[in-house]
Design a protein around this ligand. Structure first.
Ligand SMILES: Cc1cc2nc3c(=O)[nH]c(=O)nc-3n(C[C@H](O)[C@H](O)[C@H](O)COP(=O)(O)OP(=O)(O)OC[C@H]3O[C@@H](n4cnc5c(N)ncnc54)[C@H](O)[C@@H]3O)c2cc1C
Length: 396
């Protein structure tokens, strides 16, 4: 069977669902393909959003997917120096979050086809022909689309298939494992905690309270391969010690691993008929990916209205995205690269400078890339800490 549509979106990611919704809002006929049988089932391990980050999307937080309110985050150095950042955040039921945005896309008229994987992509005439497979690949369809928005996640096969090098520094993807854990009262506190230093080289070990007896803990590591168990296992033991949890009280309920392009920089994100958004384009963070999806959806609808799907027309996606989010990505990279090159003692010294300050004011009016752009702002703010920023230029 051959299906015809104006815009085909691949992947019900935060970027894909927003792209589909905004393209439909702009008047295009939109079909979204998701290989999972059900949106919201077995969701991506991302489990929190901060208000500053969501503000960029203009979306209001909805209680249907919030499991716990977070007052802010504590950044903790190897020696235990704490920097507190007050910023409203939310621990998510990510499945409910995905379903919430599925409903919004449906209500704008997006046709959603679940259990359908896009397995091939070819530019033909003035459009794109997609090959899809469903039900163990014994049912295949052809889809003719004028524009395709690829939002199929960090391991995107479709962006590769059309020859796009979507990120600079792919070697810097952070590989993370998140555990959902249970222990008495572990979900009650109001602050997320991010531990930095050699316990999780290149980024962080995390603790996110999720209400009552549930929390998430994880590690995110760069340049040490995809399997981060050698960092996760010591983190589990250290966490139990820090929170006084006995082995009997501690239970791991779920474990998920994935890659996060937090330090990659989006590169080739469009070509004739095609745009790439979200993790597939090196755009990390739920809010940032959603906003990129909004821009791609708007530009797609505009291209359909004009009847011009050339790279020249779609380049508006890149220019709008750059003016809105590029600086955030560059700041994020500078901050995390500096951190990766600093020794534990240097991180301690830097944190000591800010220990008793309310650094929340440093991020006023800014979106917060999981709190770690705070590090870059700290480096800028205190002249003495600029010396530490020299670590950014170290060649290692
Ligand atoms: C462990 C971990 C934790 C994270 N936690 C957070 C967090 O708490 N907050 C935050 O803001 N960011 C977080 N991130 C960042 C995260 O990467 C992004 O924010 C985002 O949620 C991930 O979306 P994505 O674009 O990678 O797509 P995904 O959510 O991975 O979605 C891609 C979708 O495409 C579908 N798909 C793939 N291929 C095809 C195909 N060929 N045909 C049809 N469908 C297809 C998949 O089934 C999937 O549903 C985290 C990242 C990692 C790795």
């Amino acid at each position: 069977m051959t299906i015809k549509t104006d815009i085909a979106v691949i992947g019900a990611s935060p970027a894909g669902l927003m792209a589909a919704r905004y393209a439909a809002l702009g008047g295009a006929k939109v079909t979204l393909f998701e290989k999972k049988e059900e949106i919201g089932k077995d969701p991506h391990p991302a489990n929190s959003v901060f208000k500053g980050m969501m503000n960029i999307t203009g979306e209001k937080i909805d209680s249907s997917y919030v499991v716990h309110n977070i007052k802010g985050m504590k950044l903790i150095s190897p020696g235990g120096h704490k920097i507190k950042v007050k910023t409203q955040g939310y621990a998510l039921d990510k499945g409910a979050f995905d379903r919430f945005y599925e409903k919004k896309a449906l209500s704008e008229g997006v046709e959603i086809k679940t259990g359908v994987e896009v397995v091939g992509l070819n530019r033909k005439d003035s459009g794109v022909v997609l090959k899809t497979a469903s039900g163990n690949a014994d049912v295949t369809d052809r889809v003719k689309a004028k524009v395709v928005i690829i939002a199929d996640g960090i391991l995107s096969k479709n962006a590769q298939a059309v020859g796009l090098q979507t990120m600079k520094h792919p070697e810097d993807i952070a590989w993370g494992t998140e555990l959902t854990i249970r222990a008495p009262g572990i979900g009650e506190p109001g602050y997320a905690e991010y531990f930095v230093g050699s316990l999780a080289p290149g980024w962080k070990a995390t603790y996110l309270p999720r209400g009552e007896d549930e929390a998430a803990i994880g590690v995110y590591v760069r340049r040490h391969g995809k399997n981060v168990d050698s960092f996760l296992n010591p983190w589990i033991e250290r966490f139990k010690e820090l929170k006084n949890i006995s082995d009997d009280e501690f239970e791991i309920v779920e474990r998920k691993s994935a890659g996060d392009p937090i330090v990659a920089i989006p590169n080739q994100t469009y070509t004739d008929n095609i745009m790439v958004a979200g993790g597939a384009a090196g755009q990390s963070g739920i809010g940032y990916a959603m906003h990129a999806g909004q821009i791609a959806g708007n530009v797609g609808a505009m291209a359909i209205a004009k009847g011009d799907y050339s790279a020249r027309t779609l380049s508006k996606y890149r220019s709008d995205w750059r003016s809105s989010l590029y600086t955030e990505h560059v700041f994020g990279r500078i901050g995390l690269e500096t951190l990766r090159k600093m020794d534990d003692s240097e991180i301690d010294e830097l944190f000591e400078l800010f220990e008793d300050e309310d650094v929340s004011s440093l991020i006023k009016g800014k979106t917060v890339n999981q709190g770690l752009s705070v590090l870059t702002l700290m480096l800028q703010k205190k002249p003495s800490s600029i010396l530490k920023a020299g670590a950014f230029f170290r060649n290692r």
